[in-house]
Unconditional design. Sequence first.
Length: 286
Amino acid sequence: PTDGYIAQGLVAHYAQDLTLDYVAEEAIVESLGLDVAVLMLTHVNYKTGYMLDMAYITEQAHALGIVVIWDLAHTTGVIPIDCTLWNVDFAVGCGYKYLNGGPGAPAFVYAAARHHTQLKQPLSGWMGHAQPFAFTQEYVAGKGMLAFLCGTPAVISMSILDAALDVFSAVTMEDVRYKSAQLTRFCLLCIEAQGLLTDLPCISPEDSSVRGSQLAFTHPQAYAICQAMIAKGVVADFRAPDVLRLGFAPLYVSYQDIVRSIDVLSDIINAQTYLDDAFQVKHAVT
């Protein structure tokens, strides 16, 4: 929802002739019209894992003169994409998920070359200056993507991400995506074999071709189940109000990891250990 927060802030700041509308994923294309200026989308839904057709939606939006911005937070590092081939205008993403940069890792922005000369970066910071070490009084924007820089980057976080990215030099994104799909399929089979889908209905797409590298399940006690799993060494996610999310990083998550994790989950569900008081306390970070 962070993208929405930013959009809300922009609308509030300019407060004239701007309207922010939210539409359901299945209604995106039909909602497009000449009254739409910008379409901002998340490629992979952070809750369900549903993956939109980036190429098709971008093409449909462009036919109506709409600028498209894609959020690739749950895409980058696990799903092959081609922003240039698909004529994407802008994209943003983070380094801390499947790029393995950890919390606080640098984010990134993509801007199609055709926009470089006309776009103005609203945050005119030192590192975006054409000659930052000339220390001139007036701001002169750098050329191309340099103009999108702002302040001094967090060097320690950059170095961690730099090391994490080295791992990708030995694999192809197609191989990463293949294993990602296999991991999610295998996990679903394990959950089904344990008879857990009645208690934990899956809300992620059945078709792995339109599913990101995650599976999401609903349960009234999803938060407590997540905490109970973490206590057993299995790191899962909770997303309000009732979603238990399992993420799969193909570079290091194994099939044996999944077998063990689902065994842990099965024990927790069957014994209802999630009802323990220790797992019922909501923490600030979920």
